[in-house]
Design a binder for this molecule. Structure first.
Ligand SMILES: Nc1nc2c(ncn2[C@@H]2O[C@H](COP(=O)(O)OP(=O)(O)O)[C@@H](O)[C@H]2O)c(=O)[nH]1
Ligand SMILES: [Mg+2]
Length: 438
């Protein structure tokens, strides 16, 4: 329970108050009484929206739609009243002030969700899903957040956590009868552990795909002048966004645009061509910016033209796709992705490669956020040491202990653990079974 759980809190649920309607939310033991004191009559029956008149300072009246959701069937699990009022920062603030005077306290950041978690209405990952949905900037981010809220992650995690718990129970049941543990049991345990490890490792692999899909990766077109970077930029976008010219050094600043790869969006960036020193102050500034973009890119599309003989200094960057453009004029770099913006050759293949890279072709991105990924990685590390200890013939206590850690880390994803806090008492119980001197 949070320390302030007893208070009735008030907050504007709709964030910005300049829309046509704002929703003010009251939650806590006094929510119904405070609302009633302002509407001066009965509230509508639970979960029915009813029109009421709010009496405000100076005898003015605000027309509101009011709904009550008594505990425990509410977002927070407490008594909740929502008031739908006219928008407008000033108007909304006056109503909130009236509710504060009537005994409510202003809600702190995330306090409604915190109460929902404390009261078992939301798991931690669901609460995180709501926050992620509110700040989602891409379609994939919205979809992943919705899946988090729907409890998809918690379900998956729970499946494996309870399997690990069963295994631990079995190992613990054998603690007092170590001599009865046969090689068959140990092999079966090891197999099960290996299974769980594989599942968790699979999740970790898919996490990166989910993150890329969510975060709109930056894909930077770079290369020497006149390679056809701007032409490729326009061709991929399907619009003439960047200036294309036969004259080298045309692109002076970088240009960026959202590129839809069929479900996954990336930001595509066209940059000024890199050449040692252009001698032109504006172009040199452009080259400097290109280098910055390349440094901050998630993927570089390094473009050179098939009819260009020289081997320019190639940018050092993380992930690079090497693209040879102007294949209509020949093919010099056989191992590269060949395209011709002029004829359209190779463009579909390039799009496909980009989609694969961005994770858009994966059926199941891991929907968790970074915190969830970290807990999975820790759980996996614990399973790994359990495995090593099992193979090394270490005492079963140690193995059960590692399994409990894995369980605990997985439980931290939803924030609920059947084990309770894994603290000093647990460690004490395990080590008290060891012989003196060991
Ligand atoms: N033959 C041929 N010319 C191309 C192709 N793509 C671009 N160009 C031409 O190459 C020149 C430079 O193109 P641009 O996109 O401005 O190159 P950038 O400097 O790398 O941005 C222009 O005259 C384009 O029309 C291609 O696939 N084939
Ligand atoms: Mg250009």
């Amino acid at each position: 329970m949070s320390p302030q759980a007893g208070a009735t809190i008030v907050g504007v649920a709709t964030g910005s108050t300049d829309g046509g309607v704002a929703i003010i939310r009251l939650s806590g033991p006094q929510a119904l009484a405070i609302a009633r004191s302002k509407v001066g009559e009965k509230l509508p029956p639970p979960r029915y929206l009813g029109r009421r008149r709010l009496a405000l300072e100076g005898g003015t009246i605000e027309d509101a739609l009011v709904v009550q959701m008594p505990a425990p069937r509410s977002f927070t699990g407490e008594d909740v009243v929502e008031l739908h009022v006219h928008g407008g920062a000033r108007n909304v603030q006056e109503i909130v002030d009236a509710l504060l005077r009537a005994g409510a306290r202003a809600a702190g950041p995330g306090e409604f969700s915190r109460r929902a978690f404390d009261n078992g209405r939301l798991s931690l990952d669901q609460a995180e899903g709501i926050a992620a949905l509110v700040s989602a900037q891409t379609r994939a981010a919205v979809e992943q957040a919705r899946r988090l809220i729907a409890g998809e992650l918690a379900d998956e995690v729970e499946g494996i956590a309870s399997a690990v718990a069963e295994l631990r129970t079995e190992v613990e049941a054998n603690l007092d009868f170590v001599e009865d543990v046969g090689a068959g049991d140990e092999r079966r345990w090891a197999d099960e552990l290996a299974d769980h490890e594989r599942t968790l490792a699979g999740w970790l692999g898919r996490f990166e795909a989910g993150r890329r899909a969510r975060e709109r990766a930056r894909v930077v077109l770079a290369g020497p002048p006149n390679a056809g970077k701007s032409s490729l930029f326009n061709a991929l976008l399907g619009t003439a966004r960047a200036i294309v010219a036969a004259q080298p050094g045309t692109t002076r600043d970088y240009v960026e645009a959202g590129l839809d790869l069929g479900g996954v969006e990336v930001t595509l960036i066209d940059t000024a061509g890199l050449r040692g020193v252009a001698g032109d102050a504006v172009e040199d500034a452009g080259i400097e910016r290109s280098r910055e973009q390349i440094g901050g890119g998630d993927l570089i599309l390094w473009v050179e033209a098939a009819d260009a003989e020289d081997e320019p200094e190639r940018a050092q960057a993380g992930e690079v796709f090497f693209v040879e453009n102007k294949r209509d004029l020949g093919a010099r770099r056989a191992a590269w992705l060949g395209v011709s913006v002029a004829t359209g050759e190779g463009l579909d293949a390039l799009r496909r490669r980009l989609r694969e890279w961005s994770g858009g072709d994966r059926q199941e991105p891991w929907i968790g956020l970074a915190r969830h990924r970290d807990r999975v990685a820790e759980a996996n590390a614990a399973l790994n040491s359990a495995m090593t200890q099992l193979r090394g013939g270490e005492p079963l206590e140690l193995i059960a202990f590692e399994l409990a850690i894995a369980e605990r880390r997985l439980a931290e994803i939803s924030g609920r653990s059947a084990l309770g806090a894994l603290g000093e008492d647990v460690l004490g119980r395990i080590f008290s079974r060891f012989c003196i001197g060991k």
